[in-house]
Design a binder for this molecule. Structure first.
Ligand SMILES: *Cc1c(COP(=O)(O)O)cnc(C)c1O
Length: 454
């Protein structure tokens, strides 16, 4: 699809609709002169060059990539109307699209029943899940792994809840014995499991946490902000297949968060929270003197903490899902390519004398470090930082990211490395673009070269 063409179609489609309401003049206060606009636009385009090429396969750093053209066209088309998905009065069409897209997410996770909505981010989505956790178990805290996103500790603070960080094992997954010790205190009301940690893409054993939680009368919330769409690879055929158990177990958890603006091809401003029990909607009850006029039906604003929210986000996700639905044959194919890229690269790093794998990738995030002499953390830290910089500033640039590993986590995985300091930066590449699959050899050769030359 040609973005240029469809953006033109978007403006026409909305103009045709607008014309049915009769002509009127735009107010002179809004008019801008074409020459002045051209100058300002030129400056904007120039300033935007101060960016990293997130779209390019040689960018293998953070969790960043441009949205799919379908999402861009969906977003822009709806934005020309600018509906607000807070209330049906703010835009019935995009509110319906939000419900449909959220229902697709619910069936991806295997939820038979659900109450859910889009949010502006994974942070807000998790905040809502922890808010409901607090309402259901007042006075009890929240357990999450030490490798969980920092938002959980932070939001516990915001909500006045006690956070219980649980140690991780040498794969970066929540340690079940440590979790059980925490649950035995009786202080925990909800456990957060992460399916795809932000740093390493580690998947907590949801299927093993569930029976423990049940035994202790504790709820389970899944933070799948990053990894949620990998559910589509659970039990798949082929090398990209993921073990089915943790992903299938999400269907039995109390709530789940997923970020369509990470692996769902959307622009920023699109997270989602889903609750298995629709009854939790009662915790959101509020009256609004301003909204909810046009129908007695449930308005999205009545089940969310945020007020105004872009209806355009819902339109973008809905349109994307029409073409690339959250099914194994749709979006699943895109995640599969990134997963294969990670596996292929892990094999190359394993065979390399210049690079070492920090740990085997569980999803599409590869963690690795340069082999240095003597094999100690100080040298690894300095070499990782140097490769990051040299990569970006080289005439044939590559873009990576670093991740700080503390000395205990490091030596648990690599006992032969001397812990001469409290931690080290390692290299990290998130391979979330399917094109990565065809550029792994190049990236690997470039990084080996950078590791060799000093
Ligand atoms: C990205 C992420 C978050 C935070 O989501 P935002 O959309 O960045 O606010 C929370 N948890 C995990 C596991 C994440 O990867």
């Amino acid at each position: 699809m040609d973005l240029h063409h469809w953006l033109g179609r978007a403006t026409h489609a909305i103009q045709d609709w607008a014309d049915t309401f009769g002509p009127y003049q735009a107010h002179p206060s809004l008019l801008v002169d074409d020459d002045r606009f051209a100058a300002a636009f030129g400056e904007l385009a120039g300033r935007l060059k101060d960016n990293y090429p997130f779209f390019h396969p040689h960018y293998a750093g953070q969790m960043l990539k441009p949205p799919h053209p379908a999402a861009v066209v969906g977003y822009v088309t709806a934005m020309l109307i600018n509906p607000n998905n807070h209330a049906l009065d703010g835009g019935p069409a995009t509110a319906a699209m939000e419900r449909e897209a959220v229902a697709q997410l619910a069936s991806m996770f295997g939820y038979d029943t659900h109450l859910g909505h889009l949010t502006t981010s994974g942070t807000i989505a998790n905040l809502e899940a922890l808010f409901v956790a607090r309402e259901l178990h007042p006075g009890r805290g929240v357990a999450y792994s030490e490798d969980a996103h920092y938002t959980h500790g932070r939001m516990c603070h915001v909500l006045g809840l006690k956070g219980h960080p649980v140690p991780t094992d040498d794969h970066g997954r929540m340690d079940l014995d440590a979790l059980e010790d925490t649950l035995r205190t009786g202080e925990v009301g909800t456990v957060v499991v992460t399916t795809g940690t932000t740093g390493l893409g580690a998947v907590d054993p949801v299927h093993e946490v569930l029976p423990l939680a049940e035994r202790h009368g504790v709820r389970v919330h899944v933070d799948a902000a990053y990894g949620g769409f990998f559910t589509l690879l659970a039990g798949a055929d082929g090398p990209e297949a993921l073990p089915a158990e943790p992903w299938r177990a999400i269907a039995r958890c109390d709530s789940v968060v997923v970020d369509p603006h990470k692996h769902g091809l959307q622009p920023y401003g699109c997270g989602a929270v889903l609750f298995r029990d629709p009854e939790v909607g009662r915790f959101y009850l509020h009256d609004s003197p301003y909204t909810y006029f046009t129908s007695a039906e449930l308005h999205l604003g009545e089940i969310s903490l945020e007020c105004s929210r872009a209806g355009a986000s819902a339109a973008a996700l809905w349109l994307t899902f029409q073409l690339l639905p959250p099914t194994p044959d749709g979006l699943g194919q895109i995640l599969a390519a990134g997963r294969r890229a990670a596996l292929k690269w892990a094999d190359l790093i394993d065979a390399s004398q210049y690079l070492e794998l920090y740990q085997q990738p569980e999803l599409d995030i590869v963690s690795y470090f340069p082999a240095v002499e003597p094999a100690a953390l100080t040298g690894i830290d300095a070499a990782s930082a140097r490769i990051l910089t040299d990569g970006m500033t080289s005439p044939d640039p590559i873009f990576l990211s670093t991740l700080r590993a503390d000395h205990e986590a490091f030596t648990a995985r690599h006992p032969q490395i001397t812990a001469d300091t409290d931690g080290a930066r390692i290299l990290r590449s998130v391979l979330m673009k399917p094109e990565s699959e065809h550029h792994i050899e190049h990236l690997h050769i470039r990084i080996e070269h950078l590791a060799r030359t000093r």
